[in-house]
Design a protein around this ligand. Structure first.
Ligand code: NAG
Ligand code: NAG
Ligand code: NAG
Length: 462
């Protein structure tokens, strides 16, 4: 009898843990079903994100970048362990955005699926998810142009009619004032050409402000209408005159072409079909044999005033643009397959972002952070700068590099030789116990084992 009473606390504790675990499981299952089978409209997304935040406030935070022209919020989902606390020193901020053209809808769903997938895997104790949530500060922006998306969703009644002809551009591509947001950023060739379309729109201003107030290291923007990973520059000295639209586009390469090519290949080869050959049949110009291309070199990818060129040239962040589907607005029933096509590539991108080439914290002799110092890699004319906390991240492809940090206020660092290694596989990495958040749900599984062992002991040693 006394023995029986003794196990009651364990049974109660076990059932609490089981019930909590089941609830989390059931919730993520419901969320997954809704994001992977339908195009969610603005209010559905708003509700989904707020329930995710309410259920898992320790690692999900939802915020708005500001409003669109029609007063819809441009939502961002911030995912990181202890997300309510200040970002730990040295943890890079990463960003994945989509739907800058409102009709390019696959990326929007992929970003939502990624948010739910990271959550459910993290709760189930998946090593890659835990690794990412401890080693990176992830910001996901499903829709930069919510007005455009609402418009196309209304036209095509929840995706029951696919819009597959590339570059149809009939509804929803532009924002509510008829502007193309991906041509709305200041461009490096601006002085040569008058661009009346630059930097006027609310959405663009919100994005620029977001970039300036964060320390993003690597970002990915998902577009549609082709199947290719496109790297900068997206504009060249030729494209700006709008009459040049033939095949005479030439590549416009950044000083970091080697890195961008590596990153594009990482995406394309980890995508189910992107890297394996010509994809979109309709037009010859849409065939990219390896699934990668310099943006400016293709008339269908190039863009004057693009977000990705702006990001690279005006912040410490490197941005890749991936066109994720030939069909911009496929039937919603294909969304799950699109996830299967892209999931591995999206995870690889996040791993690449959490493992950036050269990184560190630059301090002066007193150990104070040294902001605005220039990180100079030999043989490369593009520089990143240390931020207010002295942190820096310099994306570089595998190889060895000589670099130094040049500061005007204090002594610069000596030239250092740094080996950039291959990407790690988090599944084989050791995560130190003290890195894992105590309130994190992976504890469910560990304590469950602990409790079962305890119960076994109690029942066998009367
Ligand atoms: C969004 O979807 C919900 C549920 O399907 C529906 O009730 C609501 O009317 C939709 N909102 C708009 C603006 O279409
Ligand atoms: C954890 O999730 C990652 C990313 O989806 C996946 O590649 C990996 O196989 C998962 N690990 C296990 C053990 O299932
Ligand atoms: C309730 C409970 O037993 N919590 C424990 C779960 O496991 C972690 C470490 O594995 C402990 O620190 C908790 O006290």
């Amino acid at each position: 009898m006394t023995y029986f009473l003794g196990i009651i606390p364990y049974v109660l504790c076990l059932s609490t843990i089981l019930i909590q675990g089941c609830r989390a499981n059931e919730l993520t299952r419901v969320w997954w079903r809704s994001v992977s089978r339908n195009y969610l409209n603005y209010s559905e997304v708003t509700n989904l994100l707020h329930s995710m935040e309410a259920e898992f406030p320790t690692f999900i935070k939802v915020y708005s970048l500001g409003k669109s022209v029609r007063q819809l919020d441009i939502w961002a989902i911030n995912i990181r362990e202890n997300v309510y606390e200040e970002r730990p020193l040295g943890i890079p901020q990463l960003k994945i955005s989509a739907n800058i053209h409102g009709d390019e809808s696959v990326g929007r769903s992929l970003v939502l699926m990624l948010a739910v997938d990271l959550t459910r895997r993290y709760l189930a104790g998946n090593k890659t998810s835990i690794w990412l949530l401890t080693k990176a500060d992830i910001h996901l922006i499903p829709s930069i142009n919510p007005d455009g998306f609402e418009q196309i969703l209304q036209e095509y009644s929840h995706g029951h009619q696919a819009i597959c002809e590339p570059f149809l551009d009939k509804f929803g591509r532009l924002n509510a004032r008829g502007k193309d947001l991906n041509s709305n950023f200041p461009d490096q060739f601006e002085e040569i050409v008058q661009n009346e379309n630059t930097q006027n729109e609310k959405e663009t201003k919100n994005i620029v402000e977001h970039i300036k107030t964060h320390d993003f290291v690597l970002s990915l923007n998902l577009m549609g209408g082709a199947l290719v990973a496109a790297y900068g520059f997206m504009s060249g000295p030729l494209q700006h005159s709008r009459c040049v639209l033939g095949d005479n586009h030439s590549p416009s390469l950044s000083p970091d072409e080697k890195y961008f090519e590596w990153l594009s290949k990482l995406y394309a080869t980890n995508h189910k079909t992107m890297g394996t050959g010509p994809q979109c049949e309709t037009k010859n110009q849409l065939q990219f044999p390896l699934g990668i291309s310099n943006g400016a070199s293709s008339p269908h990818l190039s863009s004057y005033g693009s977000m990705s060129d702006f990001v690279y040239l005006n912040s410490n962040c490197f941005e890749l643009t991936v066109f994720v589907s030939c069909c911009k607005f496929p039937d919603a029933s294909s969304l799950h397959q699109e996830w299967l096509n892209n999931a591995r590539a999206l995870y690889k991108f996040l791993i690449a972002g959490s493992f950036v080439g050269i990184k560190g914290v630059f301090t002066d002799e007193q150990g104070q952070p040294n902001p605005r110092a220039k990180v100079v890699v030999e043989g490369n004319s593009h520089h990143v700068f240390t931020n207010l906390r002295g942190e820096y991240w310099r994306p570089l492809a595998t190889g060895s590099y000589r670099y130094s940090i040049v500061s005007s206020s204090t002594q610069s660092s000596p030239i250092t030789l740094e080996e950039v290694e291959d990407l790690p596989d988090p599944e084989n990495e050791v995560i130190e116990e003290d890195e894992i958040d105590e309130s994190g749900a992976s504890i469910f599984t560990r304590n469950l084992t602990l409790l079962l062992v305890l119960m076994f002991l109690v029942t066998h040693f009367k």
